[in-house]
Design a protein around this ligand. Structure first.
Ligand code: FAD
Length: 459
């Protein structure tokens, strides 16, 4: 298998939107188990398949159109944003720098997809003018000024900076916004995009298996590797990395979006994405986020409630009412907007993490062949292809048997614990274990016991 190391993941050169892999795997090609079928898991699978890997995706839940069953990746707006995103702060400079690089990789790929009309239509991706508003002139806020200068230099298309944007976009005079800029950004209809990604990744050869991992991956790595004949495991389980990566710094940033009809019959159709970020408004968790998501729907946001795990909000919840009032004050025509009768309110838990996104090899156990990609917060779509590129590089590293690079300089020690796997009710009287099948078409955790080996237990 040829494994290329492109400088920057590029559409048509490194990945294609065709339902077959760019580099065909052969019988010796490594096999990667990807856990999670949100945007992170599916896009990393796409990249790995086009690099010539075999891929199995194991997930608890899949893209669904049932109320309350949509994945977080479907709940997202989803607007591509230059970091930090409207809903959140970055806690460290290194992570912010990575985020910028990841976002720009994704920008160019989404742009490439949207620029082919049939492809953009199938994938649910369009480039739209996206306007960002500020409560004071951008120059008076050093962070926002720096961000604007970076955006100008970043290579995004159609940048315009003018206070006239306020009038042009119908922003209310009563609202606290005096400055604005806009540029072309990818807007993704997530239901459509997720369905498209599912079909594409399967077309490229991925195997889909429904199953739940209910232990820290370091405890079950050997078992999973044996079950799925996996040379490496990618953890893309989003917020559940709290358990799967044993990372107690993962936390939810609860958010909600009101969905209204945007067909031009009640108010002039809104065609531009519009936002006042929490940073710009110097608010911890309230912002304005208006996104024409498809031809007939506009989503209104937003808020970000840290450490709220329950999805129990309604249109009458105070935080949701306040969000609606904010949006209506910002764009007064929305006062007469009609709710989408079938799907008026979406809510989800942004998978956040104290140290922001983690794209890294597992370091708690020497010899581990796990790569993590989680903690994307409100930017999973914005970072998507960028993180996938780095995950694929780490998988390449593992498949070449290269040791992980320690971030802290701490030496790695010990050998990976092997895990005993046995089929329930298949243990013979003398305790022998039956041989596991080489490959499985279904994975039912109720049917299989996954246990730490005696050596593992001693640690
Ligand atoms: C209101 C809201 C608005 C947002 N707006 C935007 C936006 O405008 N732009 C943007 O870029 N992002 C936005 N986001 C953020 C975005 O949705 C997330 O960053 C993204 O969905 C994270 O994707 P993921 O694939 O990592 O996680 P998820 O989508 O949560 O997928 C995780 C996958 O792992 C599987 N899984 C979980 N646990 C297990 C287990 N134990 N065993 C097996 N499988 C498991 C799940 O079934 C699922 O398939 C928004 C989010 C919300 C809630």
């Amino acid at each position: 298998m040829t494994v290329s190391q492109p400088s920057r993941l590029t559409l048509w050169r490194d990945i294609t939107p065709y339902p077959y892999p760019l580099i065909k795997p052969h019988y010796k090609s490594p096999h990667i188990l990807v856990i999670g079928a949100g945007v992170t898991g599916l896009i990393v699978s796409w990249v790995l398949l086009d690099k010539g890997y075999n891929v199995t995706v194991l997930s608890k839940d899949w893209t669904s159109f049932e109320q309350g069953k949509r994945l977080t990746s479907q709940i997202a707006g989803a607007l591509w944003e230059y970091p930090p995103a409207v809903c959140g702060l970055h806690t460290d400079a290194v992570s912010l720098q990575h985020a910028k690089e990841w976002s720009m990789i994704a920008y160019h790929i989404w742009d490439g997809i949207a620029s082919v009309p049939e492809l953009g239509e199938a994938a649910g991706v369009r480039m739209k003018q996206s306007a960002f508003f500020f409560p004071k002139p951008v120059e008076e806020d050093p962070d926002q000024h720096e961000k604007m200068l970076e955006i100008i230099a970043s290579g995004v298309r159609g940048f315009v900076r003018s206070p006239e944007i306020l009038e042009k976009r119908g922003v209310g005079h009563g609202y606290d916004a005096v400055d604005a800029y806009e540029f072309m950004a990818p807007v993704i209809d997530t239901d459509k995009a997720m369905q498209w990604l599912m079909t594409l990744v399967r077309g490229k050869g991925a195997r889909y298996i429904t199953g739940t991992i209910d232990d820290d991956l370091v405890n079950v790595e050997g078992a999973l590797a044996a079950q799925f004949n996996a040379d490496a495991i990618v953890n893309a389980s989003g917020l559940q990395s709290y358990h799967l990566a044993g990372d107690k710094t993962c936390y939810p940033l609860r958010g909600g979006l009101i969905r209204v009809i945007n067909d031009g019959s009640d108010f002039p159709k809104v065609n531009t994405a519009m936002a006042i970020s929490a940073d710009a408004a110097h608010s911890e968790n309230e912002f304005v986020f208006l996104l024409p998501r498809n031809d007939n729907t506009l989503v209104m946001g937003g808020f970000a409630e840290p450490h709220e795990w329950e999805l129990n909000l309604t249109l009458d919840s105070p935080v949701v009412k306040k969000m609606r009032e904010r949006c209506e004050a910002f764009l007064p025509v929305l006062k007469i907007a009609r709710l989408d009768p079938e799907y008026p309110f979406a809510q989800g838990l942004r998978p956040s993490r104290e140290q922001n996104v983690r794209v890294e090899r597992e370091s708690r156990r020497a010899g581990s062949r796990i790569v993590h990609s989680y903690g994307h917060g409100g930017s999973g779509w914005s970072f998507s292809f960028g993180c996938a590129q780095d995950v694929a590089m780490l998988v390449d590293e593992i498949s070449k048997d290269l040791p992980p690079k320690s971030r802290s300089g701490r030496p790695y020690f010990g050998r990976a614990d092997f895990i005993a796997v046995r089929k329930k009710n298949s243990i013979t009287d003398n305790g022998d274990q039956k041989t596991l099948p080489a490959s499985w078409d279904t994975f039912n955790p109720d049917f299989w016991l996954i246990e730490p080996s005696p050596e593992g237990r001693k640690r």
